[in-house]
Design a protein around this ligand. Structure first.
Ligand code: ZN
Length: 406
């Protein structure tokens, strides 16, 4: 592949080179080997002359923490979080190899993780490099965490870590975590998340020969169940589409994700079951919703049962005058004339574990004028957008670290 002029120009930028180096580590799910990431962050910590610690609440699932200690270490600290892992790729769908970090003529950096969310991890550290060079000192301590396994639910990563004494010892008062790209000039920001339920519906019935019209069959029951869920889905979809003020995070999504059962083409099986992935809007009354589902089961026929796997509802982080961290954050985005659009995150991120232990957390990845390509083929981030993100954190970090409150 020939090197374009643009690639040459951008790759002369030290921050972009560091970003490319990180993007080239294939920390791709499943079964990620994090040792290359650890070595990378050890080198970064050396450059920054900051201490690095590794915690392993679960073996082989390292939580890497680089800390910049403030002058008043007893004050609550700030956690700037990012995850190290990325989702799998379908390499033949990519224009450039997904772990090449190729830069095209427009300055777009192509790689899995360029948006989700290796960009943010590097932006934090590059901002710190500039601040350290300018001999800044901070009141509060800032911890930069690089965590594993967010893309598979964070169970062995952030979820385990927040329960440890090591986490409590960090004395965190506020956290920043990932957000999302936005195609318009606005920056999207997330102060809460929907909460997900996996619902397995089992429909037992009369087994028998496929040539008969037996009563009480599993297929009839499954049909009714799917119908109930899909009618609810259509209502939520209509609600979303009819109100331009709503985003996907404001409604409940329902999807049929798995079907189980069956033994042979001409045998009516004794059971079929269906898995639904439901992400609840924070406005939904989950007690009433569960009652509704149980009613659907009753109506579908004899013996229909459900198994739930539920995530808890987590309170949102307030975006008003009661939250000094938000005021500080907003003062910086206002100064930089960044237009913010607060939303509820449609999926799940590690922020929910941080909020679950009672800490305020905001999900923010500074990427405006950027198509949303997380988990998609040809994920890229433009060099200018990436570099502007460093400018943002360079302003934000001292403001957050020096706030008076608490
Ligand atoms: Zn992510």
């Amino acid at each position: 592949m020939s090197t374009s002029l643009s690639e040459t120009v951008f790759s002369e930028n030290e921050s972009i080179r560091t970003f490319q180096e990180y993007l080239r580590i294939p920390s791709v799910q499943p079964n990620v080997d994090y040792s290359e990431c650890i070595n990378f962050f050890k080198r970064q910590a050396n450059i920054l002359k900051l201490p690095l610690k590794i915690h392993e609440p679960v073996p082989k699932k390292p939580i890497v923490i680089i800390s910049w200690y403030g002058n008043e270490p007893a004050l609550p600290s700030i956690l700037l979080n990012s995850h190290m892992d990325v989702v799998p790729v379908f390499e033949n769908k990519w224009t450039y190899p997904p772990f090449s970090a190729h830069i095209d003529i427009r300055g777009n950096i192509f790689a899995r993780g360029s948006q989700d969310m290796k960009c943010v991890g590097i932006q934090y550290l590059e901002a710190v490099k500039r601040l350290r060079k300018a001999s800044y000192s901070l009141r509060r301590t800032i911890h930069f965490s690089f965590v594993p396994d967010e893309e598979i639910g964070g169970y062995d990563g952030m979820q385990s870590f927040v329960k440890t004494a090591d986490f409590r010892a960090l004395n965190i008062g506020f956290a920043l975590d990932e957000g999302m790209a936005n195609p318009t000039n606005d920056y999207v920001l997330f102060n809460g998340e929907r909460f997900g339920w996996n619902i397995l519906v089992r429909c037992p019935g009369t087994p028998g020969h496929g040539s008969l019209l037996l009563p009480n069959t599993t297929g009839e029951k499954l049909h009714k169940i799917i119908d109930k869920f899909m009618t609810f889905r259509a209502k939520e979809k209509a609600r979303l589409e009819s109100n331009p003020k709503l985003s996907i995070g404001d409604v409940t999504s329902v999807n049929l994700t798995k079907l189980f059962g069956g033994v042979q083409n001409n045998v009516v099986p004794p059971e079929l079951s269906a898995m639904f992935d439901v992400r609840m809007a924070l406005t939904l009354d989950e007690v009433a919703f569960e009652k509704q589902i149980l009613q659907w089961c009753k109506e579908a026929g004899e013996g229909v049962t459900i198994e739930f796997k539920r995530n808890k509802r987590v309170p949102v982080t307030s975006l008003d005058n009661t939250n000094p961290w938000w005021i500080a954050f907003k003062s910086v985005t206002d100064e930089l004339k960044m237009n913010l659009k607060p939303l509820i995150f449609p999926g799940g991120t590690d922020s929910r574990y941080i909020r679950q232990v009672g800490l305020p957390a905001i999900g923010f990845s500074p990427m405006n004028n950027t198509p949303v390509l997380l988990h998609d083929h040809n994920e890229f981030l433009n060099s200018d957008v990436f570099l502007r993100g460093i400018d943002f954190y360079e302003k934000l970090i001292p403001v957050l670290a020096n706030i008076e409150e608490r």
